[in-house]
Design a protein around this ligand. Structure first.
Ligand code: SAH
Ligand code: SF4
Length: 382
């Protein structure tokens, strides 16, 4: 049973989204979506027709603002070592059922060069949070070596995104000066109480915010995001997440459904989970696209893992970034953030995306348009 007033066909209330509305859907829905009540109604309504209309609007908006290009990031998960203990993640320190690995600088540079030769000119370097005084210098060396190896012909070389967790201001700045220019650090949930329920007391919400503000201050293109369908998470909290992204004026967004990992404390939670995490994630992507038309939104691996239609519907909902994986085969199983993680090769992504009528943009950085806009700069020809 739908809550009262949430059915699209309900005559008591005007439809939330109408097929007939003319004009630019980004503009048209922006007003409505700045109203929290409307966002909540869309998130809580499990009517497939409403979802279909929302995704249609998001697709039109995205095509108008971004075109058909989908930007790839060659993903290298270079270490699964982690000093933190997030309650939801298989890489957490206390998960002793995991063989830990850490690639060398040479191995990472070699993989980056392979990616470059395949036309992947943006790299995402991801790892657990390695608390070792040599780790930041290590990543700095990786960034510099990848830049040197790919800038030989006077071009700006490989675009580099980092996703290596919470660091201090000086470390973030040193990595930026070495050549990394995008950084992903998910807030996981914008609700401080829920954040506290899914992390140990040593990991604080305030520290995450502090890191995000450092990244912005330094000049990175800043990405954040949340998991959808966490135990105890409500639609209200998800609506607040969308408000959080707008308030922080973020450049990039990564959202995926929460997927349990049996070796984690959160897998034993008995708190209720929203009815349709997959469909809700799609709606979150579409709502983000409509309200923040120029940001980059990733079609997350988690979305593609829980449903075979994750790629096609994620792109339709407005995602414009994909991450073909370059992590060596022998380590993929060990980078187990969650169970049964699915990997997509570049060839498969290119084909599947072409089948959808979109196009993987090779040989380009695919930066966030929003970043250039907020800096008052022209978007470079990529
Ligand atoms: N250690 C870094 C990067 C690796 S984790 C960091 O934490 O930022 C990357 C992301 O994986 C996390 O931000 C989290 O949102 C996601 N993740 C971890 N465990 C997950 C799970 N069980 N289900 C879905 N996503 C998960
Ligand atoms: Fe470590 Fe990141 Fe997993 Fe947390 S989410 S345990 S920081 S890898």
């Amino acid at each position: 049973m739908l809550p009262r007033g949430l059915n699209m066909r309900s005559t008591a209330k005007k439809p939330i989204i109408s097929k007939e509305q003319p004009g630019n859907p980004c503009q048209e829905l922006l007003l409505a979506l700045s109203d929290r009540e409307t966002t909540l109604r869309i998130l809580a309504d499990d009517d497939p027709e409403l979802r279909g209309l929302l995704l249609d609007k998001a697709e039109v908006c995205r095509l108008e603002v971004m075109g058909k290009q989908v930007y790839p990031r060659a993903l290298i998960e270079f270490s699964n070592q982690c000093a933190l203990n997030c309650f939801y993640c298989g890489l957490r320190r206390d998960n002793s059922d995991l063989l830990r690995y850490h690639l060398s600088v040479d191995e990472i540079v070699e993989l980056a060069l392979q990616a470059w030769d395949m036309g992947l000119h943006s790299l995402a370097l991801q790892s657990g949070e390695v608390h070792d005084e040599n780790e930041v210098p290590f990543v700095i060396e990786v960034v510099k070596r990848v830049k040197q190896a790919t800038s030989r012909d006077g071009t700006s070389g490989m675009g580099i995104t980092l996703s290596i967790g919470e660091l201090g201001f000086d470390a973030y700045r040193a990595l930026f000066e070495a050549g990394a220019h995008r950084y992903l650090l998910r807030i996981e949930t914008s609700d401080p109480d829920l954040f506290r329920r899914i992390h140990p007391p040593s990991q604080s919400y305030e520290r995450r915010l502090e890191c995000l503000s450092y990244l912005k201050e330094i000049g990175y293109q800043v990405g954040t995001g949340v998991m959808v369908g966490l135990p105890g998470q409500s639609y209200e909290q998800l609506a607040s997440d969308l408000e959080f992204f707008r308030a922080w004026d973020i450049d990039m967004l990564g959202m995926g459904p929460y997927i349990t990992h049996p070796g984690t404390p959160l897998s034993r939670s008995r708190l209720p989970i929203i009815a349709h995490p997959f469909a809700t994630t799609l709606k979150m992507i579409a709502l983000a696209r409509l309200t923040m038309p120029e940001i980059n939104i990733v079609c997350s691996t988690a979305l593609q893992t829980i449903n075979p239609a994750g790629l096609s519907l994620g792109i339709k909902a407005g995602a414009n970034v994909v991450m073909p994986v370059m992590t060596p085969d022998e380590h993929r199983r060990e980078y187990s953030l969650y169970a049964h993680k699915k990997y997509s090769s570049l060839d498969r992504l290119v084909k599947n995306i072409a089948d959808l009528g979109y196009e993987v943009a090779l040989d380009s950085w695919g930066d966030s348009r929003h970043y250039f806009k907020r800096q008052g700069l022209a978007y470079p020809v990529q």
